[in-house]
Write a protein that binds this ligand. Sequence first.
Ligand SMILES: [Mn+2]
Length: 221
Amino acid sequence: MRTLAIGDIHGSNTALCTLCDYVNFRSDDTIVTLGDYIDRGPDSKEVIDSLIELGKNHRVINLKGNHEVMMENSLLSEQERYFWLYNGGEATMRSFELQPPILEKEDIPQTYWNFFKSCQPYYETQNHILVHAGLEPETDPEDQEENFTLWQRIFETKPHKSGKTIVCGHTPQLEGYPLKLDHAICIDTSACRDGWLTCLDIDSGHYWQANEAAETRSGSI
Ligand SMILES: [Mn+2]
């Protein structure tokens, strides 16, 4: 049984659909998406539609990214809304055929808010902890605070006390390749910045990539 992690998608639905075809998922795969489905790229709404569809036929665990939290928080105040809009939220509004900068909860169908609510903070296997951004090294995964799980940069991460390898996204690797450290692997390979979207088999180290031009390539970390 494989555990396959998918990095930050950021509205890159062509890359996502191309990647899903290319990997050729098996019925016993567990697919863990690492968050940041929305913002910056052109097709945020369609990315969520694709993930909901994928979840109908596969075991899919969607983790929460800081961009999903920013969008949820955008309903709380004007300041939060502008923080989100300046961080790529305008592209998300346009994918819902909405005109920035005003967003009311009712403008977005409840399905999408439910999707955000269903996203998990982390996913743990025998040898790995999968999370959007990082972990505080001395804290159990279930007690982590969001400044670490949603916002920490890969170069700030330290080995987790569990000894497990952290698998994360959040820090864009502008060369388009996964970053492997001794204690952590980052697979945000800049899908929305003319880079690649990565799917990593966390146990074998094999990875598949696709981009917005529907090109594919693969390799090993
Ligand atoms: Mn992020």
